[in-house]
Design a protein around this ligand. Structure first.
Ligand code: EPU
Length: 341
């Protein structure tokens, strides 16, 4: 089927914040061939398009003049297996949570702690998504990506992806160069349960299980997430808006002296992580309602669009939070969400 580039398309349904801006040019690719065809067409040629997957980690502040390419590449297959693992290849346009559910049905272990994270498979290595003690890098085997300018398909291993906390090479050195086509995950035949994260153990205890399973962990994560995080289908949001800041030990110590209840997680001898949600709550922003938008009442790290907010309004709120947290605690928060344009 010939590719159709649409003009002035509302992106409201393509970003989980539900912000209503328009894309000047918009095209959908379901195969690599369609990706190639789109990139050869006039408004796209020679440019790095805005690749949209689940649209769950972006804040759109104005109409998008960069041509938009919606990644809808589909398919999940068992690629290979050895004594311990299944190698499962999922196309970038697969919905992340559906992929996780598929793995659980097949008893492929490793992604259960990552249940209910919004977005698509293609974005999962891009920002090394993580929750409840597990990150994508822990189950990652490799990915295939298409070079926008050179037209080559390359396989990246974990080292080449340079994973960090919500970071990868695709957000840094290689930003704008690649379209992720598929990701291969290394999933265990015999599960290793990650239940150390406090809230999970508590939830599992409440569930009174006869036997631990990846299904039970997934259900515990789903219960916790749905009790604290707003469902983007009902209230626009992009999950954690900020990263948890990593601060020098001295800063963490000073914070503990002033606030003995501050949750501080040492990383090594020099640094510690402080939950941004705690800082924002302590600064008095939790549950702040500015009419069309605000700070979620149950998790201060999540900014929400109650309906009709503009991207600039949400951005201004994030600016106010940033400067207030800096003033009160001397800690500079960093946004996790991509701000566009
Ligand atoms: N906290 C508060 N007030 C709040 C929120 C959190 O005091 O409003 C405190 C909690 O009491 C707890 C600590 O902060 O002591 C950590 O809270 P939580 O377990 O809810 O996790 P988080 O650090 O706020 C991170 C991820 C989430 C992920 C959870 C669970 C980041 C930026 N966020 O949040 O990821 O689901 O851990 O693993 O690392 C996302 O990235 O979009 C996301 C939702």
């Amino acid at each position: 089927m010939a590719i159709h580039v649409e003009e002035n398309v509302s992106l409201r349904l393509y970003n989980t914040f539900g912000i209503d801006v328009k894309a000047k040019h918009f095209a959908v690719a379901a195969t690599l061939e369609e990706v190639q065809e789109i990139l050869s067409l006039d408004p796209y040629k020679g440019k790095s398009p805005l690749i949209l997957g689940g649209g769950s980690n972006i804040l759109l502040r104005a109409d998008i003049v960069t041509p938009v390419l919606l990644n809808r590449l589909k398919g999940i297959s068992l690629f290979a297996e050895d004594e311990d693992c299944y190698y499962v290849k999922a196309s970038a346009g697969e919905n992340w949570h559906q992929f996780v559910m598929f793995c659980i049905q097949h008893e492929w272990a490793g992604v259960e702690n990552l249940s209910l994270i919004p977005g698509n498979v293609g974005a999962s290595p891009m920002q090394n998504i993580g929750a409840y003690g597990v990150e994508v890098k822990d189950v990652f085997h490799s990915l295939e990506a298409y070079h926008i300018f050179d037209g080559v398909v390359k396989e990246f291993n974990a080292t080449e992806c340079a994973f960090g906390y919500r970071e990868s090479v695709f957000k840094n050195k290689e930003k704008g160069n690649w379209i992720i086509l598929s990701v291969t995950f290394k999933l265990r035949k015999r599960p290793v349960f990650h239940t150390n994260y406090g809230a999970i153990q508590e939830e599992l205890d409440k569930m009174k299980l006869d036997k631990m399973s990846i299904k039970a962990i997934s259900q515990a994560v789903i219960n916790i997430r749905s009790s604290k995080l707003p469902d983007p289908k009902k209230i626009g949001n992009a999950g954690s808006f900020f990263k948890n800041p990593v601060v020098p030990i001295a800063v963490a110590k000073t914070l503990k002296e002033s606030y003995p209840d501050a949750p501080v997680y040492p990383i090594d001898e020099l640094t510690a992580k402080v939950p941004a949600g705690w800082l924002i709550e302590k600064a008095g922003w939790k549950g702040k309602n500015l009419g069309s938008h605000g700070v979620h009442a149950l998790q201060a790290l999540v900014l929400v669009n109650y309906g009709g907010a503009t991207g600039n309004e949400v951005y201004a709120l994030s600016e106010a939070i940033l400067s207030d947290v800096k003033l009160r605690f001397g800690i500079v928060l960093e946004r996790e969400v991509n701000i566009l344009p």
